[in-house]
Design a protein around this ligand. Structure first.
Ligand code: 5AD
Length: 355
């Protein structure tokens, strides 16, 4: 069979068209993205054990269930011992990467706490890749965390349209600062991840196409994006239906894979919240990363960013069995004991070292 030649660029109009395909054309789009995934980053699906270690947040994003003015949840921060026991589970399970995620809190004692924990993880499990997802910080804090052995950082931009950003966030939050943070993270040397919510209020197809072009232009290494899901304590409600936001999310993954063949793309939990096989659909549309929830069960209810969060009462061991068979059932390979660094990042580093 003749080898397909892939074109890794598209204009906005083409992207908008592809985001809208359904039926047979949509199947073809996903199949093409899956082929590209296989050729560039293999059939491996990498694990990132997700530890939601604190729901304390100083921000008030209108869409988010843990925003500071939601007084209906119990706030918590895991102790060092609790975090290390989660990491220990990941190590035993063969998940070679952990994601430490929390609400946003820029104060030195918090940064020092995470620094110390990162150093401990790094010393105890030198093969374990640490990813942080703790929001916008000062440049010095990012550097401090990088020096402590954190190699990857996820900061979702949520939307790359400044006006749209303003509609989703309170006035004191700044789109420009978020972009500056992403730029700083890249300069420091992190593998940088971002992402957007799909189907969020006021969003247009044009916005989504621009989001994809932004990721390409910014040369992002990892992406986590999924459907917007309302939360009962959120200040804004959904404007498109559930099925539509799933289909749009899947097409976003597929188009991004076609345009950025060697990045890591997560099949996010939000997909599974809307469809029991949502993560499998994400993998079939070109994603190559999955994030099993490792947060201790007693805290999971208190880290609900949106309604219908799945796996709230599943033990870590049950999750491991479930997720392994789900990946195998769709013909992909659960990549145990593999860090799965972003190939895109590795190439970026090689180019920098040549310059
Ligand atoms: N629906 C979907 N995703 C959400 N997030 C926050 N609230 C919601 C919601 N209601 C996502 C944001 C954030 C990530 C941690 O979770 O994109 O960056």
């Amino acid at each position: 069979m003749e080898k397909e030649t892939y074109i890794f660029s598209m204009d906005k109009k083409e992207i908008i068209n592809l985001l809208q395909v359904r039926g047979k054309e949509q199947k073809q789009l996903h199949a093409k993205a899956a082929r590209i995934r296989q050729e560039h980053v293999t059939d491996n699906v990498y694990f990132r054990g997700l530890i939601e270690f604190s729901n304390i947040c100083m921000n008030d994003c209108y869409y988010c269930g843990i925003r500071k003015s939601n007084r209906t949840i119990t706030r918590y921060t895991l102790s060092e011992k609790e975090i290390l026991s989660c990491v220990d589970f990941c190590n035993t399970a063969g998940y070679s990467s952990v994601v430490l995620q929390s609400g946003e809190r820029e104060n030195q004692s918090f940064i020092d706490y995470i620094t110390h924990i990162s150093q401990t993880i790094h010393q105890k499990y030198p093969e374990m890749a640490i990813t942080l997802c703790i929001g916008e910080l000062h440049n010095e804090s990012y550097q401090q965390l990088f020096d402590a052995g954190v190699e990857r950082y996820l900061l979702r931009i949520e939307t790359t349209n400044e006006n749209h950003y303003k509609k989703l966030h309170p006035e004191e939050m700044s789109f420009k600062n978020r972009i500056n943070c992403l730029t700083t993270l890249k300069k420091i040397g992190f593998q940088v991840g971002t992402g957007v919510m799909i189907g969020s209020p006021y969003q247009t197809l044009q916005n989504l196409a621009e989001d994809i072009l932004f990721m390409k232009e910014f040369a992002i290494d990892m992406v986590g994006m999924g459907p917007y899901i309302p939360h009962q304590e959120a200040l804004i409600s959904a404007t498109i239906d559930k099925e539509e936001s799933i289909q749009l999310s899947l097409n976003m993954i597929a188009v991004l894979r076609i345009l950025m063949p060697d990045i890591n793309i997560a099949a996010t939990t939000a997909l599974q919240a809307l469809n029991p096989v949502g993560r499998e659909l994400g993998l079939k549309a070109g994603a190559n990363v999955i994030m099993p929830l490792i947060t201790p069960e007693k805290y999971r209810q208190s880290y609900k960013l949106y309604e219908g969060k799945p796996c709230l009462d599943e033990s870590d061991g049950q999750c491991l069995t479930c997720i392994t068979s789900r990946i195998q059932n769709i013909g992909l390979v659960p990549a145990f004991n593999k860090r799965g660094d972003s190939l895109h990042f590795k190439k970026r580093e090689e180019i920098t070292s040549l310059c």
